[in-house]
Design a protein around this ligand. Structure first.
Ligand code: KIV
Length: 301
């Protein structure tokens, strides 16, 4: 019998959770091993976010991330996810030219990478038309309003959006427009929780918050932030549940020490020959004529 922990997550399943007031739990992942762990634990939705660029590929922001990189990282996540719904994030400039090209790029997340949906930032008039075209092409779309990291050059820095009433009203309207355009869910990033609450109450579709407070229908965090992969700056909204950076640092330091001291690998981590085979081998080796080394074959340092 399928149950909450084993049933494959679908879009209707996620939407029904809102009706039942059950929280949706989402996380980002960019590779097979992490996706496998979070899928097995029971995460509902895995976003292969374009945050990939910053937390895995070492870019300063998400702007340089390409379609090729996104598809490459979405494939292993899909292979690892037996239950979770996998959503691929459309990178900057993969949906900014013609609707035709943008719908084609979105289709690659489904056809090539095997994801179930795409996410797209923004809610301009043009973006809404594009989302309608994607939905028309049977591509489920997740919206994203509030702080949209692909607007970094407009914003200058990653900041909380909707602190002023006018901007809050605009974000609320954007979310409603996205629902009308056909998105199945919307990410609310870095907005005051009161604004997220209004949006969550107004929309039929689930809201997934990141830095948007407790009233959203679900939450998402960047995997690398919540496990403490980096020892750098983390935004206020991130709760660090582990310190992987420290764990890895200690592990690798211990490895370096062991190798330098000669305590690794010891017998426990080595393969052995039976003693009679060792004797036999040494005897046979002693019978092999020694190769004369030419004097000019010196190792250069
Ligand atoms: O790229 C990403 O990881 C995201 C989440 C922060 C929602 O868009």
């Amino acid at each position: 019998m399928p149950n909450e922990k084993t049933q494959k997550v679908t879009i209707p399943f996620l939407q029904a959770k809102k009706g039942k007031k059950e929280k949706i739990v989402a996380i980002t992942a960019y590779d097979f091993p992490v996706a496998k762990i979070v899928d097995e634990i029971g995460i509902d939705l895995i976003l292969v976010g374009d945050s990939l660029g910053m937390v895995v590929l070492g870019y300063e922001n998400t702007i340089p991330v390409t379609m090729e990189e996104m598809i490459h990282h979405t494939k292993p996540v899909v292979r690892a996810s037996k239950r979770a719904l996998v959503v691929g994030d459309m990178p900057y400039f993969s949906f900014h030219l013609s609707n035709e090209e943008s719908v084609f790029n979105a289709s690659l997340f489904l056809k090539e990478a095997g994801a179930s949906a795409v996410k797209i930032e923004g809610a301009s008039k043009k973006r809404l038309k594009l989302i309608e075209a994607m939905v028309e092409a049977e591509i489920p779309v997740m919206g994203h309003v509030g702080l949209t990291p692909q607007s970094i050059h407009h914003l200058g820095q990653f900041i909380v959006r909707g602190r002023e009433v006018k901007e809050a009203e605009k974000i609320i309207q954007d979310a409603q427009n996205l629902e009308k355009a056909g998105v199945f869910s919307v990410v609310l990033e870095c907005i005051p929780m009161e604004v997220a609450r209004i949006i969550t109450e107004k929309l039929i579709i689930p809201t997934i918050g990141i830095g948007a407070g407790p009233y959203c229908d679900g939450q998402i965090l960047v995997f690398h932030d919540l496990v403490g992969f980096s020892n750098g700056y983390l935004p206020k909204f991130v709760k660090k549940y582990a310190d992987i950076h420290e764990l890895i640092t200690h592990a690798v330091k211990d490895y370096i020490d062991d190798v330098k001291k000669g305590t690794f690998p010891n017998n426990k981590y080595s393969y052995r020959l039976k003693s009679e085979k060792v004797r036999d081998l040494i005897r046979k080796q002693s019978e092999v004529p020694k190769i004369k080394r030419s004097s000019n074959r010196k190792i250069k340092v």
